[in-house]
Design a protein around this ligand. Structure first.
Ligand SMILES: *[C@@H]1O[C@H](CO)[C@@H](O)[C@H](O)[C@H]1NC(C)=O
Ligand SMILES: *[C@@H]1O[C@H](CO)[C@@H](O)[C@H](O)[C@H]1NC(C)=O
Ligand SMILES: *[C@@H]1O[C@H](CO)[C@@H](O)[C@H](O)[C@H]1NC(C)=O
Ligand SMILES: *[C@@H]1O[C@H](CO)[C@@H](O)[C@H](O)[C@H]1NC(C)=O
Ligand SMILES: *[C@@H]1O[C@H](CO)[C@@H](O)[C@H](O)[C@H]1NC(C)=O
Ligand SMILES: *[C@@H]1O[C@H](CO)[C@@H](O)[C@H](O)[C@H]1NC(C)=O
Ligand SMILES: *[C@@H]1O[C@H](CO)[C@@H](O)[C@H](O)[C@H]1NC(C)=O
Length: 234
């Protein structure tokens, strides 16, 4: 009797470890492909690696995501980032599509994104594929151009409604994207007229992809911008 009780306990333990393993080695529903607007990064940070930030949307990351748990998954069990697994040819392309605009160390940025996010989808995309696919998405969905074609271009004072910015992207990709904004830093709003004091900065555009990172789908998470607050595209 004592024996069977402890072997039952053992089985329960094995099962618990198994569940933990499956969860930490990554399970997800879809991908968020996040592009950022470097000038906003540079307004929020005191210092940027380049004196004049890039006027191009660049990659922040490709994030395997869970519909019911916005923070999950991350930092999964998997291979650590290894520079040599990304071909030199791809690396030179990533320097344009996926630069670190803040510290200037691109490799460190890629390492952080792989270890935090890429490890959670490693069974779908290995390191080379993860970076390759992200670069292709960036190439194929040129947010800078979509917005420029709709006459939405950076401006120091003009503000936009959320739908002004989302609509042309939606028309171009035929799916609903998500925008993410950041509050304007206090130092920027002090001397501004009241209408602009209450505004937010466009920071990121998120496109959503299916489990295999091949088919673009609607994003249905709530937007990362305040409702009814004008958006500045700096
Ligand atoms: C998403 O997260 C929930 C809650 O943590 C979890 O129960 C579910 O299994 C996760 N879904 C996937 C596909 O990993
Ligand atoms: C934007 O990216 C393209 C690569 O497609 C590059 O040729 C161009 O120089 C970039 N523009 C700026 C302002 O960085
Ligand atoms: C990185 O990958 C290369 C080639 O796949 C391999 O030879 C090397 O041992 C790896 N380095 C580490 C630290 O895992
Ligand atoms: C950049 O980051 C990589 C990865 O963390 C690191 O190995 C390298 O030393 C860094 N380079 C510089 C110039 O700091
Ligand atoms: C995206 O569009 C911008 C503006 O038209 C252009 O400068 C850039 O080269 C394009 N990038 C790619 C990857 O085609
Ligand atoms: C932007 O407009 C140009 C010129 O009309 C067109 O060739 C290009 O395909 C458009 N790009 C996008 C992404 O809609
Ligand atoms: C988003 O779509 C997925 C897949 O269709 C669904 O499971 C999920 O419940 C939706 N979430 C919200 C917040 O609508």
């Amino acid at each position: 009797m004592g024996m069977s009780k402890s072997s039952l306990a053992f089985l329960v333990l094995v099962f618990a470890f198994f569940v933990c393993y499956v969860m930490s080695s990554g399970s997800y529903d879809y991908f968020q492909f996040v592009q950022q607007w470097p000038p906003t990064n540079c307004i929020l940070r005191t210092k940027c690696s380049k004196p004049r930030p890039l006027q191009n949307f660049t990659i922040h990351g490709l994030w395997p995501s869970n519909y019911s748990n916005p923070k999950m998954p991350s930092n999964c069990i998997g291979s650590r980032f290894n520079f040599t697994k990304v071909s030199p040819r791809l690396r030179s392309k990533l320097k344009i599509s996926w630069p670190d605009v803040e510290s200037g160390n691109d490799t460190k940025f890629w390492e952080g994104e792989w270890n935090k996010h890429g490890t959670c989808s490693e069974r779908t995309l290995n390191q080379m594929q993860y970076f390759q696919r992200s670069h292709e998405m960036w190439n194929f969905h040129n947010i800078t151009e979509i917005l420029r074609n709709a006459s939405i271009v950076p401006h120091a004072t003009h503000t936009w409604k959320y739908s002004d910015i989302v609509s042309p992207i939606q028309t171009a990709i035929k799916r609903t994207p998500l925008l993410r904004c950041k509050p304007r830093p206090k130092s920027q709003t002090k001397s501004q007229p009241k209408s602009q004091a209450m505004s937010q900065l466009l920071h990121e555009v998120v496109l959503c992809f299916d489990y295999d990172a091949l088919v673009i789908i609607d994003c249905n998470r709530t937007a990362g911008c305040w409702n009814n607050v004008d958006i500045l595209f700096p």
